[in-house]
Design a binder for this molecule. Structure first.
Ligand code: ATP
Ligand code: MG
Length: 465
């Protein structure tokens, strides 16, 4: 009894700021630009079937947001009042997947529609907590989150207002609980609820704010931007496997260059890439140019539908942090080549503690870096052997990137460009010309031949496989 009385005094003070209405603004088909036939017919079909079975069901999240902006959605998400088990009972091609949240994937050939049960925000009062379903750590971070809720609850627990729009393809109405349509019109990323609390619950939301701002060319609303710098260090506690996935989304969505600028500006880059962030401090122009050129090329390749490999990206992000380490080891008496090997190993191991880069990518990072030591050594049959190496293209692109950032290589990139363009006898001449120089030291000849095109190939993030 006393406890109840106490709670009734305390609860209103501890409740988070409410930005979500319990009654949504309802936009009829004439008040918005969405059309049912623009959405995946499978997703629309799922919504119809769930509704016929008596459940509430809507298209939600990124697909509604992107459609309103005239962008083709990456995927289609459905939110429903049906539980995962109830969803599975309706669809034979449904699979329950349980990573952070329990979700249902419904498969249609290669297309997968993600169907999620309405979820509620985390109960704030300790007394409310059911430790089987939800838990927070001492800084307020949500560790598990499987509390089902109503449609209103579901809108409230979403991250940004523009991600909390629900489209019913049957009535063609949009439900807007958090003024998302207003923020879409004003091109603003705004957290739902109290920004500081929402970032503390899940610090990855800071990265998501940047990702959407860069992708949509939106601003981050003032109150949603202010807490980011002070809370950025919280990213250090996020599991490294989750951060790897987020970092791929940040840098492989076609807006990596703008994303990088924003991450640095909001001090989010440091907790993700501590060593590179130091390099950015000590050697700003070179580090910044190398990373942003690599990212600009990734963006370009994605727009051209060309393959990109995360290995090249990580190789570029970490490369500027290498020299300081190599130097430190050399000062301790290690010869240059072992020092380089050891520094590369240390740097990657350290980075993997923050961002769990899988082995299938760390190996090629090392190979791209090793290639930088091998490209200057071209005498005899070495140049031809290097050309046949499956990593040659990535290594060569990386060399051009280093030159673009201002590294002095004595024209090595141009030599390789010419060598690839030359015919057999031209190649023999080029190798013969090297004879006068001790190439094992990495010196390239000063006198260079120009290829017929005379053009330098641009550095690119190449699949290289
Ligand atoms: P895109 O798929 O284009 O990257 P999206 O908005 O669909 O963007 P998803 O990661 O697919 O992003 O998430 C789907 C929806 O789930 C989001 O729109 C948002 O409403 C909600 N959501 C995802 N992650 C979080 C989070 N960390 N906190 C709160 N809500 C989230
Ligand atoms: Mg999505």
């Amino acid at each position: 009894m006393l406890k109840k009385l106490f709670q009734s005094f305390r609860s209103p003070l501890r409740k988070p700021q409410q930005h979500v209405r319990t009654t949504p603004e309802v936009l009829s088909s004439s008040q918005h630009s969405l059309q049912r036939n623009q959405f995946s017919r499978y997703a629309v079909n799922i919504v119809e079937r769930l509704q016929t079975a008596g459940y509430q069901a809507y298209l939600v999240g990124g697909c509604v947001r992107d459609m309103m902006l005239g962008i083709t959605p990456k995927d289609f998400d459905v939110a429903t009042s049906a539980t995962p088990e109830q969803i599975r009972a309706e669809f034979r091609n449904a699979r329950i997947i349980g990573r952070r949240f329990k979700l249902v994937h419904i498969h249609f050939g290669r297309e997968i529609i993600e169907v999620a049960t309405f979820r509620a925000n985390h109960p704030i009062d300790d007394e409310d907590e059911d430790s089987n379903q939800s838990s927070r750590n001492e800084s307020g971070r949500i560790l598990r989150d499987n509390v089902y809720g109503t449609l209103e609850d579901d809108a409230q627990r979403r991250d940004f207002t523009i991600n909390a729009l629900y489209y019913d393809p049957v009535t063609e109405r949009v439900l807007d609980y958090a003024n998302g349509v207003h923020d879409i019109r004003n091109r603003l990323i705004r957290l739902i609820g109290d920004p500081q609390q929402r970032y503390k619950e899940d610090p990855v939301r800071m990265l998501r704010a940047v990702r959407f701002a860069a992708k949509l060319d939106f601003g981050i609303e003032k109150h949603s931007a202010t807490p980011i710098r002070p809370l950025a260090p919280m990213l250090r506690d996020i599991p490294s496997a989750r951060l790897f996935e987020e970092v791929l989304k940040l840098f492989l969505s076609g807006y990596a260059e703008a994303t990088f600028e924003m991450l640095v500006d909001l001090e989010l880059f440091e907790p993700l890439f501590p060593a590179s962030s130091k390099a950015l401090e000590y050697n700003p122009t070179y580090t910044h140019t190398l990373i942003s050129e690599a990212l600009a090329n990734t963006d370009l390749r994605i727009k051209q539908n060309k393959p990109v490999t995360p290995a090249f990206l990580f190789a570029a992000l970490l490369w500027p942090a290498l020299p300081a380490r190599v130097l430190r080891l050399q000062e301790r008496g290690m010869p240059p080549i072992p020092a380089m090997q050891e520094a590369a190993h240390e740097l990657i191991t350290e980075q993997c503690q923050r961002i769990a880069i899988p082995k299938r990518f760390t190996m090629p990072i090392r190979e791209i870096w090793d290639m930088q030591e091998r490209l200057p050594r071209r005498s005899g049959k070495r140049a031809d052997l290097l050309l046949e190496n499956p990593r040659f293209r990535a290594g060569y692109d990386f060399l051009l990137l280093r030159e673009l950032a201002g590294e002095e290589t004595d024209g090595l990139g141009e030599w390789w460009t010419d060598y690839q363009d030359a015919n057999d006898s031209g190649r023999r001449d080029m190798i013969r010309d090297l004879g006068s120089k001790p190439d094992a030291t990495g010196q390239a000849p000063r006198k260079r031949r120009r290829s017929s095109s005379g053009k330098r190939k641009r550095a690119g993030v190449d699949g290289a496989e």
